[in-house]
Design a protein around this ligand. Structure first.
Ligand code: TRP
Length: 317
């Protein structure tokens, strides 16, 4: 029996932190054994915020190195970027013609932008439709997403149904699988780990950086257990191990922080070293992405042929 298909969208948006790792990156890599995974770098989606070509290029290269470093295996996963498969934007247009404005105006992202009185560009408005095309081209069974993206997967399902009803069965309806939220990954101040709170531990930190960050953690404590230190430590070790350790060292903040530094270093060092290896040969890393793009293109173009056939524009024999 062939494996089920899982498709993930990856935003190329700067340095990942361990919150991103535990909330999404690791889950994607863990899936590669069980599923036929499509890992898609959504560079065209990212254009809505990145309008500097140098930054765009750097972000794409960085995200490729990040995912290779954490163990994404290009033999198992189709790892590619949206802009290498023009079928995504092509299908987006076709979907645009069967999607109404009032329907898209109900999307959270649009409503939020509107509430903030932002001048909304057409790309932002149309964002869920491009995402629907990303998804539906590959007949995936599941779409692992954060809770904030659930509505977008529902939009993809609605569009698929509408197309199928109008033109005949073409697209499979995928299920959203809601991943552990970044909200459960605490930052150095106890709030969720987020760049905007400045409370992150970068995933590929150097030892000195880890040390500096951990030493700066505020040690609010309950019965001598510094809760912010503990919460981060708990990502790396189960409570059954950690609690007795923290109890036996209650109040010894410096010692507990040193233990956390060592554990973080043990976890981060191999990833950091692997990333450095890949970074030594960027053309080689990018060749992996290019190969993935060719693989995806084959599948997407078959699907698009089917779509063109269904909508009646295929007039040649
Ligand atoms: N909108 C998603 C996000 O912001 C990214 C994305 C684009 C995506 N296309 C996708 C996610 C397809 C899953 C499937 O995170």
């Amino acid at each position: 029996m062939s494996k089920k298909i899982s498709l993930s969208g990856i935003q190329p948006s700067g340095k990942p932190h361990i919150g991103n790792y535990f909330a999404m990156m690791k889950q994607l890599v863990d899936q590669q054994e069980e599923y036929d995974v499509y890992a898609l770098i959504v560079d065209y989606h990212a254009m809505k915020s990145v309008k500097n070509p140098k930054v765009m290029k750097e972000n794409i290269i960085n995200v490729v190195l990040d995912y290779l470093a954490i163990g994404l295996d290009p033999e198992k996963v189709t790892f590619f970027k949206q802009s290498d498969v023009s079928e995504h934007t092509e299908l987006c247009w076709i979907f645009d013609t069967i999607t109404t404005m009032p329907y898209l105006m109900r999307a959270h992202a649009f409503k939020d932008a509107q509430a903030k009185n932002k001048e909304i560009d057409v790309g932002t408005f149309n964002y869920p439709v491009l995402m629907a095309a990303d998804i539906l081209l590959y007949n995936p069974d599941i779409i692992p997403v954060g809770a904030d993206q659930k509505q977008h997967v529902e939009i993809a399902r609605d569009i698929a149904e509408k197309f199928n009803n109008n033109f005949g069965q073409t697209f499979k309806l995928p299920e959203a699988v809601i991943m552990k939220d970044v909200a459960v990954v605490p930052g150095t101040d106890g709030r969720k780990m987020s760049k905007s709170y400045n409370n992150t531990i970068p995933l590929f930190s150097e030892y000195e950086e880890i040390k500096k960050i951990v030493m700066s953690i505020v040690t609010d404590s309950k019965e001598g257990i510094p809760k912010n230190v503990y919460a981060i430590h708990n990502l790396l070790r189960p409570a059954t191990e950690l609690l007795p350790l923290y109890e036996s060292k209650a109040g010894k903040y410096k010692e507990l922080k040193e233990l956390l530094i060592e554990d973080l270093e043990k976890f981060i060092a191999p990833l950091r070293e692997k990333r450095k290896e890949f970074a030594k040969d960027i053309p080689k890393a990018l060749a992996i992405l290019k190969t993935g793009g060719k693989k995806a293109k084959k599948i997407a173009s078959l699907k698009m042929n089917e779509v063109r056939e269904k909508i009646g524009v295929n007039v040649y024999e």
